[in-house]
Structures are given as C-alpha cells and as structure tokens.
Design a protein around this ligand. Structure first.
Ligand SMILES: O=P(O)(O)OC[C@H]1O[C@H](O[C@H]2O[C@H](CO)[C@@H](O)[C@H](O)[C@H]2O)[C@H](O)[C@@H](O)[C@@H]1O
Length: 255
C-alpha cells in the first residue's frame, strides 16, 4: 500500500463512507482528547451515547481498537449497549460482540520491564509507567527531556527480554507479541457480520498505521485524525471534535 511520503492536507472523508462499512475506531486521540496523564482521560456521556448509537446503526460492525488493554477500556467506558467488539493492547487481545475472547500468552519478561521502568521513573520527575495486560508503557509527556534515555532503555530491555517496541505519542512501550492493529482488523473482518464490508479505520497515532494499511488492503479506507504527517491513511479529520461530529453525521445517514 502506498504511503503519503510528504505531509499534506488529507481530504475529509465523506460521511457516506461508513454506511456500508465495518468500522474500526482507535480510542486515545481519536475519540477522547490526549491529556497529560493516561489516567486523566475524560469519558463523557456524549461519548457513551455516540458509541451506543454507532452500535445500533452498524450492528456487529463496530470495533474499538486501542493500545489500551481491554480491561482498561472496560473500566473507563463501562457497559456500552449494544456491546461493541474490542481489540486491546494494540490488537494483541480481542473480544467479539458476544464476549468471545482471543487472548495471547503474556510474556514473562514484562514483569522485569515494569521493575526497570519503575526504577527509571523514580529518577525522572514526571515520567510515568503504565503496566497493561500484554505491554508496559513509559510516558514522558510531562518530562520531554527524558525521551532519548527512555527510548534507549526500551531498546535495551526489548533485546534482553525478547519483547517488541511500540512507539506512541510522548511514550514508548514494550509489548508481548508482534501483533498489531492490522491483525485485529483482519481477524474481525473475517467474522460473518463484517465479511465483505469495506473496513474503515479511524486513528491518530503510529500504532494506527497498521490498521489503515489492513483496512485499505481489504478495500476500505484509513482516516487519520490530527495534523497531516507521513501516513498510509487516505482521508483526514482535524481533531477529536471533528471526528465525533463526522461519526454523528454518518449515524444521521443511517437512521
Ligand atoms: O491506540 P490508542 O487507543 O490511541 O492508545 C494509545 C496509547 O494511548 C494512551 O497514551 C496516550 O494518551 C495519554 C492520555 O491522553 C497521553 O498522556 C499519552 O501521552 C499518549 O501516548 C495510553 O496511555 C496508552 O496505553 C496507549 O497505548
């Protein structure tokens, strides 16, 4: 799949793109604004209503695909009716609409990484460690000067423990497997309810590029949220507010 090598303004996606689609939506930076700490994200009633309305308009054709764990998404979002499919930990773990789970093996080395990241964070004010089901993230949004050392530590630990590096916005993460969001798109898109529906993947971060590529390889489209950058996505939306408005407009076409 061709990548837009030079940053430029991507065209806005038509709202009709979603009508016949299966829909894959990233979480942080796409549905909710980025904030200084991972635990400070604001989940509002409007978001829950939007997700419920999407689930009704596109029955069994909506999945949240996040770098967060499914457990974190459950804790933050609570019950969404109708239930959506979730892929967590960058596509490593998946839960279909009926609750059926796909869980990978958790790498034993992650515990050593949590300890090493904790030691690093203790010596750098503002650096935060976020342990997750199948990965551990090291955040430096509040301590940007720590970026280089954080990346160096992550590279050393990845090599020591046989883990995979996942870069993100103001953070670096080590994960158990090489699974990515593209794998989640392919697995969900093979389900009868989604099969034959062009996948539309909406996301903002580097981890979403694999989702854009998988969606487009299956005849769908990627939608990048935020400033233009080198990306595989064909369409762009400027921010979270515009993304929610676009999704609401799409729901209006279907109800
Ligand atoms: O795939 P996503 O759902 O977008 O998750 C990607 C990562 O999002 C979170 O980190 C990002 O958001 C934080 C809260 O706004 C922000 O403080 C941080 O700088 C961002 O990188 C989340 O904490 C990670 O676990 C996800 O992997």
């Amino acid at each position: 799949m061709a990548t837009n090598a030079v940053p430029f303004a991507l065209p806005l996606p038509p709202a009709g793109l979603v009508v016949e689609a299966s829909l894959f939506i990233d979480f942080d930076g796409t549905l909710v604004e980025l904030v200084e700490r991972p635990d400070a994200v604001c989940i509002d009633g409007e978001l829950r209503s939007l997700l419920g309305a999407l689930g009704r308009a596109l029955p069994r054709r909506v999945a949240l695909v996040s770098g967060r764990s499914i457990a974190q998404l459950d804790e933050m979002l609570g019950e969404i009716d109708p239930m959506l499919a979730y892929a967590g930990s960058h596509g490593s773990e998946r839960r279909w609409h009926d609750g059926a789970l796909h869980l990978p093996v958790r790498a034993a080395g992650l515990d050593g990484v949590v300890a090493a990241f904790d030691r690093f964070a203790a010596s750098r004010e503002g650096v935060l460690v976020e342990p997750k089901s199948y990965s551990v993230a090291l955040h430096y949004r509040l301590a940007p000067a720590a970026q280089e050392d954080a990346h160096g530590l992550a590279r050393a630990l990845a090599s020591e423990h046989g883990l995979v590096i996942q870069h993100g916005k103001m953070m670096v993460e080590l994960k158990s497997t090489g699974a990515d969001k593209g794998a989640a798109v392919r697995a969900f898109a093979a389900r009868p309810e989604m099969a034959g529906r062009p996948p539309v993947f909406i996301g903002d971060d580097l981890t979403d590029e694999a989702g854009f590529e998988a969606a487009q390889a299956l005849g769908g489209a990627g939608v990048l949220v935020g400033p233009s950058r080198q990306t595989a996505a064909r369409f762009g939306l400027p921010d979270v507010t515009a993304t929610r408005a676009w999704l609401n407009e799409a729901i209006g076409l279907m109800t």
